[in-house]
Design a protein around this ligand. Structure first.
Ligand code: ATP
Ligand code: MG
Length: 602
């Protein structure tokens, strides 16, 4: 491709709203342009990299046995009503009406579309397992699109959906997708951290997210200094720092403890104030919070149009925070939120800050495991300016549910090896998930098993955001001057820059360009009548890996020489004009092989 015939509108400065490197560089190098908040168009240069990423993903999905389909982006609202997500998806779901007043959805994800696609043609267990994927446009009406294509409203996702007769088969595909994802990210030149993730009501080990470390990441990762444990904070567990007791054992342990005593605590507002007032530590305090849970599911089915909501009293040791993702998963709710003050007053008979389990009526009590080790604790007394002392789990109150709902933080101990846990910020690029029966049940998919019995298939889903992945590659591979593409995703692999595109240099450039093309190297020839400085700046900005500069002086030596430079690496070196194409082709092969990983697929 000749530069003069291509379209690379580079910018000296990025617009002020671009604050992260990838966003700035994608705009400045002429990869993308902004149309509106969260809406970006790819220009020819950007599209080349996007297509290369798409190709890598397609190759790995195909190699893993997934089959590509092309469903529609606009989907009947009816399907989303069947699954229940028409009501639970909230504002992110773009609902549109057609001219006949019919409801439609612009796909933010495609569980419904693919489940519906399959159910009409699925009859026998012999058709399973089946893993279908697409690489297609998605739309999410994000509240706050930001960082360019990292969080856009319209974006491209590779999403795969697998269907199975049993758990073992689901697990096999889930593991295979995990391996394919590791290969995809490695080939893209990314260092990803696979972490355990929330799998909603599914529980278990049914969800993994692929994260890149990032100062601007929306996710907190909990990692172990001593072993490979890595989890999203939403899911992270830790080694207990308490001794859990059954209610009966706790009751026995509290035998010698005086009964709960009510104390006046006027003007004591915070836990810190209370600790100072009672000369005790926050970990001797049982925090009681009232939560509202929405869209609670029963038996994996949305319970009637999002009408099933409820309030819960949630207890946790005073030095800890409730993990709302764990709580929602435990209650099988789509969402949990702290109750409004007025609801707290109505339900506990006291203003916010004085709730406690003793004498609490009409609310299901959920306690974190830490509470099951507490005797002689302090709680609110369900009355303004009053608390109880000497409260004991098992003796004075028994929660309805005891589970791990704490937020793990740096300094807690690893649940696997006991090592110290620490935190990192991360950005999610991909997500694999065992969905179980969630959609196949609600959307009534069935097949006949070997005995002719009708059964519901299990399902998994697997997503990668292409735009976000591309941006993450730039975040990881750039310098002051611009992008430093890994060859696998570079818009062009080589750039031929004659200092002046005329005379001997022009001829040599044409010849080298032809030779590179013959060797299959994706090459851009900078034939512009621009100053060398302008050409070099653009070369650095667009980040094409191999740059060959052809100048009269080096051409005049015998044999004629050219300058070869790998973007991002030290100095240029002189190579013979005659060998240059072969050298570049070889180095590209070497780099691609390195990205592929020495062992190839594995
Ligand atoms: P996030 O928590 O960042 O909003 P998510 O968990 O909602 O993402 P998934 O539903 O798991 O995302 O979608 C799969 C992948 O799609 C994500 O891992 C991410 O790479 C990509 N993705 C999701 N939302 C966006 C977006 N608004 N812009 C660009 N890519 C996105
Ligand atoms: Mg996700």
């Amino acid at each position: 491709m000749k530069y003069s015939q291509f379209f690379i509108p580079t910018l000296r400065e990025a617009p002020g709203d671009a604050v992260v490197a990838s966003h700035k560089l994608m705009l400045r190098s002429g990869m993308i342009r902004r149309l509106a908040n969260g809406l970006f168009a790819y220009l020819p240069l950007g599209l080349r990299s996007l297509r290369k990423l798409e190709r890598i993903i397609r190759e790995e999905m195909d190699a893993a046995g997934a089959l590509e389909v092309k469903p529609t982006v606009v989907v009947p609202g009816e399907l989303w009503k069947e699954s229940g997500r028409w009501d639970t998806m909230g504002q992110a779901l773009l609902r549109v009406k057609n001219r006949l007043n019919g409801d439609f959805v612009v796909s933010p994800t495609a569980e419904e579309a693919l489940t519906s696609l399959l159910r009409d043609d699925l009859s026998s267990y012999k058709q399973l397992p089946l893993n279908l994927y697409q690489i297609n446009t998605k739309y999410r009406d994000e509240v706050r699109p930001r960082y360019g294509v990292m969080r856009g409203r319209e974006f491209i996702m590779k999403d795969a959906y697998s269907f199975h007769t049993d758990d073992a088969s689901l697990d096999e595909t889930y593991q295979e997708m995990g391996r394919a994802y590791r290969r995809i990210f490695r080939r893209a030149g990314l260092s990803v951290i696979p972490v355990r993730a929330d799998s909603g009501a599914m529980g278990g080990s049914g969800s993994e997210e692929f994260m890149v470390e990032s100062g601007i990441g929306d996710n907190t990762l909990i990692l172990c200094r001593a072993c490979a444990y890595a989890a999203n904070v939403e899911k992270a567990a830790c080694k207990p720092d308490f001794t859990a007791l059954s209610p009966a054992a706790a009751k026995e342990a509290a035998a010698s403890l005086p009964p709960p005593g009510r104390i006046d605590t006027p003007d004591v507002k915070s836990i810190a104030d209370l600790c100072a007032f009672l000369k005790t530590d926050s970990n001797n305090f049982i925090k009681t919070l009232v939560y509202r849970a929405d869209n609670i599911e029963a038996d994996g089915l949305p319970a009637g149009g999002g009408t099933s909501s409820g309030f819960f009293a949630v207890l946790i040791r005073g030095d800890l925070e409730v993990n709302e993702t764990k709580l929602a998963a435990l209650l099988r709710a789509s969402e949990v939120n702290l109750a409004e003050d007025t609801d707290v007053e109505r339900l506990t008979g006291a203003p916010v800050g004085f709730a406690g389990p003793l004498g609490l009526k009409g609310l299901t009590i959920v306690a974190d495991e830490t509470v099951s080790a507490m005797t002689g604790a302090v709680t609110g007394a369900l009355a303004r300016d009053a608390h109880y002392q000497n409260v004991a789990f098992g003796r004075d109150f028994t929660p309805d549910i005891v589970a791990d709902i704490r937020t793990v933080t740096a300094g807690d101990r690893c649940p696997i090896c006991g090592g110290e846990l620490y935190e990192k910020k991360g950005n999610e690029l991909g997500h694999i998930f065992k969905l179980g029966y969630k959609y196949t049940k609600s959307m009534k998919v069935s097949f006949l098993d070997a005995d002719g019995k009708s059964r519901t298939p299990l399902m998994g889903c697997y997503g990668i955001g292409l735009d976000r992945t591309l941006a993450a590659v730039i975040e990881e591979h750039h310098d002051q001057a611009g992008i430093i593409w890994p060859v696998s995703l570079a818009p062009f692999e080589a750039l031929v820059v004659p200092v002046k595109y005329e005379g001997a240099a022009g001829e040599a450039a044409d010849k080298l360009y032809a030779e590179l093309a013959r060797l299959g190297v994706d090459t851009l020839l900078d034939d512009r009548r621009e100053r060398a400085g302008v050409k070099f700046n653009d070369a650095d900005l667009t980040g094409i890996p191999f740059r060959v500069v052809i100048g009269d002086k080096n051409l005049a030596s015998r044999p004629p020489l050219v300058e070869l430079k790998r973007r991002g690496q030290g100095e240029a070196r002189l190579v013979g004009l005659a060998e240059a194409a072969a050298v570049i082709a070889r180095e590209i092969r070497t780099e691609l092989a390195e990205l592929d990983g020495a062992g190839g697929r594995g």
